[in-house]
Design a binder for this molecule. Sequence first.
Ligand code: MG
Length: 280
Amino acid sequence: MRLNTTADLFRLTASILLTLAIWPDISEHVVAQQPPRPAAGATLADAKPRPEETEVWEPVPKVVTPGVTSSNAPSDAIVLFDGKSLDEWVSVRDKGPAGWTVAGGTVVVNKEAGNIETKRRFRDYQLHIEWRIPFVISGSGQARGNSGVFLASTGPGDTGYELQILDSYENKTYVNGQAGSLYKQYPPLVNASHKPGEWQAYDVVWTAPTFNADGSLKTPAYCTAFHNGVLIQNHSALKGATVFIGSPSYVAYESAPIMLQSHGDPSEPISFRNIWIREL
Ligand code: MG
């Protein structure tokens, strides 16, 4: 470039000054477009996502010693019936001693004594309970080995949430009232009943319903259950407490006992054994 005039000199000077003035912006912009520079000595592999980035190390789950078999109580369970005493239970009627018959490691329903319930109250839990229809059993339909586990007993009589117990081995009844049903709400997914005289087991995961301050329902109760190891209820959302007549509805509760039903049918009484619970 030839500088012919003073004006040319002025334009050149202004151009140089402008370039110097905006240089930091240009340089910043250029740097921002660049990928982060690896640290000194880093290789290309260091810039890739690593498995360690999604590992969680805390908090460490508590150690629980499992039972000898999955039917035996693990170390953190509360044993509700060990075959020897009903110390964990009371009569629903008068809150006095549970008047059922303990013998030979089992407890037999006493139909005169009525329902029994736990002294403790529970919210969310895992429950194991074993039951047996007598080898000699009479009656049919709902009048054949009827009992039930009330997963939350929330009022007098049969008020609460019943997982049905019944002799459902070749015994026809309405399916939402057969063994393993959430009474009159959900039939079991399958009928996994053993024959009368054989011990059977329920393993249940119960999630209590939650309520708003005004008593309205926030989240429903959920029940997952296995009958003799077979899935029969898969995260079933209850529509309220289970009822004999009419539609279910919710009444707010915080915690509740677990109740075993002494049903009024005239068939031979059933037995229970090995009952334990883990609060969640
Ligand atoms: Mg029942």
